[in-house]
Design a protein around this ligand. Structure first.
Ligand SMILES: [Zn+2]
Length: 351
């Protein structure tokens, strides 16, 4: 083989194979989590890397978009594609601001900024990373050489250690395609869920500031077992999300709650159904990110069970349930405590 060709191809293979599998999976997981939790992804790069950025946006959006499908939309946005805007910002505020100005009032917590940069030192890229981090967003970077300044500003970086632009940008393209294909598989396996508050929805609500502390205090509400069966028959996962501060107050133990949930599924097995997963928050007030109205339990379930939150529902009887559904980006169905209109709920879900 011609020496130049042989050298180029072997160098390209070497650099592509230099990224540990663990890093690739970590990067895939960032995109997976963003998709399942309805977060936005912004993509940037200069020169040849800007073309790769645009190509990646195209692939991600086209992968997820399917005619007549019920899959949630993937909010992937190219910051390199609007010439008028780019030149206007560059002209009025300087080239350093062309990316950061587009996102500074728009990017939010747990969104992702994706960076393609061989040097990792371009000022407009560094500025965008700085603004994104300040807003609590994640930074996922594809870099060359030694990663430059962006390396330290990234939550995860894939670094192709070479100063050859062609080899590094060639590797960027291989990895964006790999990640897109992996994500295609994850999306095809993803599911919809109905999250259900427990006390007051599935069972009689205990008096204010009290809890279900033993089996005899647990009484199913009329229609609630039928509701679980109907949810499962519609192809949704059924997932209980319940605040149980009584554990922090030492009124009952986590072990008791887990046993109660086993007993609930034993009852449900008699009518041929089950709750697919249970999440409870045992913590006191303002001590965690899982107690509703926070959405931590829903985010954990999305990760564990591959659930698309935008396509899912939360059934609850309190304002905190409603806020948790807003924080998670899923739809809310309000019910009156201890009064379930199963037909009405099922009609809403099956629309
Ligand atoms: Zn908690």
């Amino acid at each position: 083989m011609d020496k130049i060709i042989k050298h180029y191809l072997s160098s390209q293979c070497k650099i592509i194979n230099s990224i540990p599998e663990r890093k690739i999976l970590e990067a895939v997981n960032f995109f997976k989590q963003a998709y399942l939790c309805g977060k936005k992804v912004f993509v940037i790069g200069n020169g040849g890397s800007s073309a790769i950025a645009e190509h990646f946006v195209c692939d991600l959006k086209k992968t997820i978009f399917k005619e007549n499908s019920k899959l949630a939309y993937f909010d992937v946005i190219s910051l390199v594609s609007n010439n008028s805007l780019l030149t206007a910002i560059a002209n009025d505020h300087g080239y350093d601001k062309v990316f950061s100005n587009q996102i500074k009032n728009f990017i939010s917590k747990d969104d992702i900024l994706v960076i393609f940069s061989v040097s990792g030192d371009s000022t407009n890229i560094v500025e965008a990373a700085r603004i994104s981090r300040g807003k609590g967003a994640k930074v996922v970077s594809f870099l060359g050489r030694n990663g430059g300044k962006v390396k330290k500003m990234s939550d995860i970086s894939l670094i192709f250690s070479s100063s050859s632009y062609s080899l590094v940008e060639g590797s960027f393209s291989v990895y964006t395609h790999l990640i897109t294909d992996y994500l295609k598989f994850i999306v095809s396996q993803s599911q919809r869920a109905v999250f259900i508050d427990r006390d007051g929805v599935l069972n009689k609500k205990p008096p204010k500031h009290d809890y279900v502390k033993n089996f005899s205090e647990f009484v199913w509400n009329a229609g609630s077992m039928k509701l679980i069966k109907a949810i499962n028959n519609l192809g949704f996962l059924s997932v209980v999300v319940t605040n149980q501060r009584g554990v922090a107050r030492k009124l009952m133990t986590g072990k008791f709650i887990e046993n109660l949930h086993i007993k609930m599924n034993r009852d449900l097995s008699k009518i041929g159904t089950k709750i697919d997963a249970f999440y409870y928050c045992p913590h006191g007030l303002n001590r965690c990110n899982c107690r509703k109205p926070q959405a931590g339990m829903l985010f954990s379930a999305a990760k564990d069970l591959n659930i698309r939150l935008k396509d899912s529902y939360l059934i609850g009887d309190s304002h905190d349930d409603e806020l948790a559904s807003i924080n998670a980006g899923c739809r809310f169905i309000k019910v009156d405590s201890d009064k379930l209109d199963v037909t009405k709920i099922i009609n809403k879900i099956s629309k």
